[in-house]
Design a protein around this ligand. Structure first.
Ligand code: ATP
Length: 339
């Protein structure tokens, strides 16, 4: 095998005048966990549905383990799916829900396998509870057990955590990653939540208008956003006017490297708050506007002329940065995206 478990190849899909998928190309390695991240309407769900066989593409191909499944119906594609809305049968127990998919596929020893899967998701003690007697998080665990029970070639997760409250979300997100690593199933996870995507995925695909803007490891996407769109969508960025000269941009007196070549001249640099150092300096051009303690880090806003700059500083620095303090800004020389 080629080292590619899933290849979405040049997929196009339009709905009226909307290009939901616009020449989308994505290769997923065996056992890899990919998160598709992007704003509402960028085509994440459509990509997942085309891979699942629930939606047809206008053109392009879907290859799974090198085999063209583009024309194969969903039930022949051997994929496990978990959606946002709890999709369990309320009149069946947790165990029966997991067994259901197995029996549908004519698997023998369904009950034994179903118990194993409930164990895997930490719900063996709830096997005989009816679905509507389970919490949202527990229902999603059962849905995950059901999806994995059939030993799918690909696991598809479409915003499986978005209906849960914040704490359960984080717990279950970590749990999903642990289980996926255990079973080694190639996984595509769709979310609009950047923290979720960065936390769980081997690689994050950031989508915009039906295409991938960047596909890279979480740290890479965050630290070296390929485009201004990615820098803006993943994490916060200051938009600071500057001048490009060669492979650097001059911004607020600092010369920062660029993530991608720029033709030169006036440009906007996208600079992360954590890349902005704020140093008290009576001759500095900046003035602290606000300073807020946020726990692990603090947020300081500074005006330089009519430019507002947001900085993330440590709690220890805060006492010296009260509103009105004269400061200079020191930008860390990390590569920045420009537009
Ligand atoms: P969200 O996070 O809001 O679910 P998404 O990134 O998953 O967004 P898609 O659901 O894939 O986006 O939709 C992409 C675009 O295609 C949107 O503009 C959407 O309105 C449109 N679209 C998707 N499905 C259909 C459909 N069945 N009929 C008409 N338009 C559709």
């Amino acid at each position: 095998m080629s080292g590619v478990a899933v290849h979405l190849k040049g997929l196009r899909r339009t709905f009226g005048s909307v290009h939901a998928l616009d020449d989308l190309d994505l290769r997923i390695a065996p056992g890899e966990f990919i998160a598709l991240l992007g704003p509402s309407g960028c085509g994440k769900t459509t990509a997942l549905r085309v891979l699942a066989g629930l939606e047809e593409s206008d053109s392009g191909q879907v290859l799974v383990d090198g085999k063209d499944v583009t024309r194969l119906p969903a039930n022949k594609r051997d994929m496990g799916m978990v959606f946002q809305a709890y999709s369990l049968f309320p009149h069946l127990t947790a165990l029966q829900n997991v067994e259901f998919g197995l029996r549908l596929r004519g698997r023998r020893k369904a009950a034994g396998r179903a118990r194993e899967m409930l164990d895997l998701v930490g719900l063996s003690t709830h096997a005989n509870r009816y679905a509507d007697q389970l919490s949202g998080g527990q229902q999603q665990r059962v849905a995950l057990a059901r999806a994995l029970a059939i030993e799918p070639t690909v696991l598809l997760l479409d915003e499986p955590l978005s209906a849960l409250d914040a704490k359960v979300r984080v717990q279950l997100r970590d749990e999903i990653r642990r289980i996926q690593t255990d079973v080694g199933t190639t996984t595509l996870f769709v979310t609009h939540d950047q923290e979720e995507a960065l936390a769980v995925a081997d690689r994050v695909g950031v989508m915009k208008a039906g295409r991938l803007e960047q596909l890279a490891a979480p740290a890479e996407v965050y630290l070296r956003p390929a485009t201004a769109f990615v820098a803006d969508f993943v994490g916060l960025s200051n938009r600071l006017p500057g001048t490009v000269d060669g492979d650097r941009i001059e911004v607020l007196g600092s010369r920062l490297p660029l993530v991608a070549p720029h033709p030169g001249g006036a440009a906007t640099a996208l600079v992360r708050p954590e890349s902005v150092g704020v140093v008290p300096d009576p001759d500095g051009p900046g003035r602290v506007l606000t300073a807020s303690f946020l726990g692990p880090t603090s947020r300081v806003t500074v005006t330089v002329g009519d430019q507002l700059v947001v900085a993330q500083v440590s709690g220890g620095e805060l006492p010296d940065l009260t509103p009105g303090t004269a400061v200079r800004l020191e930008l860390r020389p990390v590569p920045v995206a420009t537009e």
